[in-house]
Design a protein. Structure first.
Length: 273
């Protein structure tokens, strides 16, 4: 029997933006507040924009992990729960690449990652916080965190990161509210091969390969209850017709250490590490 209540209809619609299941979406739309709330503070909007930028870069690394496909949809975020505290559910193997992009470091003399970002560990989740803003990584227990950090430490060694005690990038993110709004609606692109989003002038630019049409995304972003009034420039390109080379698909890298770097470095075989 079809679910016809207003609550269920709103929950189903919210799920197209967030990827949530019914047990997550129904309570969120039943409490009487905004059906898909935006971040409440500038600090939170800034951090969420930085998380989106990091997630897009992390996904490009995931594309080169076995089975190394640029045709299969590849994203860092599986589900987002956009409540007062943003909760993110990551895709398989995304934690290490995401942490590498987010945690503060100094590389080549430049601060990279989010300055001041710290980790708080809970029993079934981890929080990344700047003190005045934070995001929760759902399902990341202590064991999962340790595996993610193994990847980060290996990347630091391989890339010659100078130090990780401090550092980070303190630059402001242009139009951070737009990046935050896109992160809270990132499931709209789950069928695309990839998503690239970044600030450009007074707007954000979102480009994706395959998946939903531009008109479909524009219509959903313009929705009066679930959309956003933030300015976003959209561009859809065709999905790639050819996948990555077979050599990248079969090279026996340990999964927790696979990255875009190793794809062109044959001396990174396990016995050479």
């Amino acid at each position: 029997m079809a679910r016809l209540s207003t609550t269920d209809q709103l929950a189903d619609l919210r799920r197209t933006y967030t990827g949530e299941n019914l047990s997550q979406a129904v309570p969120a739309v039943r409490d009487g507040g905004p059906v898909l709330p935006d971040a409440a503070t500038e600090a939170q909007r800034r951090l969420e924009a930085q998380v989106l930028l990091a997630g897009c870069t992390a996904a490009s690394m995931l594309q080169l992990m076995p089975p190394a496909s640029i045709v299969t949809p590849t994203h860092a975020f599986r589900t987002v729960e956009p409540g007062e505290t943003l909760r993110l559910h990551l895709t398989d193997r995304a934690l290490g690449p995401l942490l590498f992009e987010l945690l503060p470091r100094t590389e080549g003399g430049f601060g990279m990652g989010v300055a001041g970002l710290e980790h708080r560990q809970y029993r079934r989740s981890a929080e990344l916080t700047t003190g005045d803003a934070g995001v929760v990584l759902a399902g990341v227990d202590e064991h999962a965190w340790d595996l993610g950090m193994r990847y980060v430490r290996w990347m630091h060694e391989h890339r010659g990161v100078e130090y990780t005690d401090g550092g980070g990038n303190e630059d402001e993110v242009a139009e951070a509210a737009t990046g935050s709004a896109l992160l809270r609606r990132v499931h709209l692109w789950h069928d695309a091969s990839w998503l690239r989003a970044l600030p450009m002038g007074g707007a954000w630019f979102a480009e994706w390969a395959g998946g939903p049409a531009e008109d479909e995304i524009r219509r959903k972003l313009d929705h009066p209850e679930f959309g956003t009034t933030r300015q976003v420039v959209l561009r859809r390109i065709d999905a790639p017709a050819e996948d990555v080379e077979q050599g990248l698909r079969t090279y026996p890298w340990p999964e927790e250490f696979v990255s875009a770097v190793t794809a062109t470095e044959p001396d990174q075989r396990p016995h050479r590490r």
